[in-house]
Design a protein around this ligand. Structure first.
Ligand code: TYD
Ligand code: MG
Length: 483
């Protein structure tokens, strides 16, 4: 049987999409993007199906007809041996503490994300960096007016001759400003307040932050301009906005510190051009941030000797030895209420574990004691070398016996009550000797090092407690100070 084909009613061949008209381009649709991992979802859900985080899906406009991103590499693939290796030499900044964290300085074309709580000093640090830079630089202020930035720069003595200032939130204008001023280094303060009208969604949304950051990364790579993006942080200290932001940048720096103390710590959470374990230390003063080249002296400045519950530990932050005071206080707990373990600047779970080791392996009555332990100076430290210091400070507080004033200790404590060696013994001993300490208790297996300081070796926590003259076993009345 013959079939008849009906002619198309709109004058086009069947299956052909008209070349123009309203259906020629898919229209924008609403999607839900995860603010943590950036994954798209067609409908809202309480939990992201990609990363599993709760309450992270936010509504966004998605334009499926948008042109694909242009190529960022017109030359195509290159053999690895033919790639020049000298392009990535870091350029030293005027801030030695920043250089230390970045492994020498800022690499041309590198994109850095600087995160930190409001008021911690991000804008101050970056203004100081730009003003002292040798070549032309551009500070894009998307949060403060040009006048506010100028006033701050005057206070800081940072009115650099080649520092361009642009108070702007719109990305196309920022890109224009980069073209007209040809800077070597650009700061965007902050990426969350910059938006591109072409992206459609609201400023600060995941799509905006991601889109603007991608555009700036492309510009940095194409033109060899170093870019620093300032990022907001959430209440629990993580960088706000999509995680993808951390993936597209080369370096993620975190600026931390207690706002009530002058000390500020700069750490690299990610660094494509060097190690991430270095620590930079600054002090917030009247005229901006000042590097702290000798933190040990600063941390020990207010130390009172002859007080029970205090131990001095040469600890390591990256390649840097820092001598800190660990303090502890014990009080009798309330009967029937679980005893408290409170850690400030130390890891709380580790403190609980050490108290259990003291109870079981040294036989101290920790069960009915509330224990408070902290590092002096508001510095946050998580390093196993602190374990022995925490334990001896607690025993000293419990026994009301001070440790000798010229004694320092370091070592990791295992669950069996054994002392384990920790890295960089030589640097720790040398730093303790430099600060005038005469004796150091170390784990028995620590390598022998010539440092001019008397080394007392202990293989267990019990031995360490005895070697410094503290009494172990059952409770008793406080005894007199040891020499
Ligand atoms: P700021 O750089 O604005 O912080 P952020 O950009 O991270 O929000 O720092 C603001 C704080 O620093 C403010 O509380 C005042 C203090 N500050 C000083 O103590 N000394 C100074 O010279 C400057 C400029 C700021
Ligand atoms: Mg700021």
């Amino acid at each position: 049987m013959a079939t008849t084909q009906r002619p198309p009613t709109n004058g086009t061949l069947p299956g052909r999409v008209p070349r123009s008209g309203p259906t020629s381009r898919p229209t924008s649709r609403v999607v839900f993007a995860c603010s943590e991992c950036g994954a798209d979802h067609v409908k809202w859900a309480g939990r992201c199906s990609s990363c599993g985080d709760w309450n992270t899906l936010v509504e966004e406009l998605h334009d499926p007809g948008a042109a694909p991103a242009p190529s960022t590499n017109r030359a195509g693939p290159t053999l690895i041996g033919a790639v020049g290796a000298d392009a990535g030499d870091p350029i030293s900044t005027s801030l030695p503490e920043l250089d230390r964290v970045l492994g020498g300085g800022i690499v041309p074309g590198a994109v850095t994300l600087l995160g930190g709580e409001p008021g911690i000093g991000k804008s101050t640090l970056l203004l100081q960096l730009l003003a002292a830079w040798d070549g032309p630089t551009l500070y894009v202020s998307a949060e403060e007016s040009a006048q506010q930035v100028r006033l701050r720069a005057e206070r800081l003595g940072a009115v650099g001759e080649r520092l361009w200032l642009h108070a702007e939130t719109s990305l196309p204008h920022i890109v224009d400003a980069i073209s007209t001023t040809s800077p070597e280094l650009v700061v965007i303060d902050s990426i969350q307040t910059v938006s591109d009208p072409a992206l459609g969604s609201l400023p600060g949304s995941v799509a905006q932050v991601r889109g603007c950051a991608n555009r700036l990364v492309n510009i940095a790579k194409e033109r060899g301009i170093s870019v620093v993006l300032v990022g907001h942080v959430t209440k629990d200290g993580g960088l706000a906005g999509p995680r993808v932001l951390e993936h597209v940048v080369d370096t993620v720096l975190q600026f931390e510190g207690d706002k009530h103390h002058a000390l500020r710590l700069l750490r690299a959470a990610k660094h494509r051009f060097g190690p991430t374990n270095e620590l930079g230390l600054f002090e917030m003063a009247g005229a901006g941030l000042i590097g702290v080249p000798d933190p040990s002296t600063l941390f020990l400045a207010d130390r009172r000797t002859g007080v029970p519950g205090s131990a001095v530990v040469p600890t390591m932050e990256g390649q840097r030895p820092i001598v800190v005071e660990v303090q502890a206080l014990t009080t009798s707990g309330v009967p029937g209420v679980p005893s408290r373990r409170s850690a400030l600047g130390l890891d709380g779970a580790r403190l609980s574990m050490l108290m259990a080791v003291l109870a079981r392996r040294v036989g101290l009555p920790m069960g009915d004691q509330d224990v408070y332990a902290s590092t002096a100076g508001g510095v946050k430290l998580v390093e196993p070398g602190l374990d022995l210091g925490v334990c001896l400070a607690v025993v000293s507080a419990l026994r009301n016996q001070p440790l000798p004033a010229d004694l320092a200790v370091f070592g990791e404590v295992g669950l069996g009550g054994e002392l384990r060696q920790v890295g960089h013994a030589a640097r720790r001993l040398t730093e303790a000797a430099r600060l005038g300490f005469k004796r150091v208790v170390v784990p028995a297996n620590s390598p022998a090092v010539e440092s001019g300081i008397r080394v007392l070796r202990a293989s267990t926590l019990d031995e360490a407690v005895a070697s410094v003259g503290l009494r172990t076993g059952g409770a008793g009345p406080p005894s007199s100070k040891i020499s």
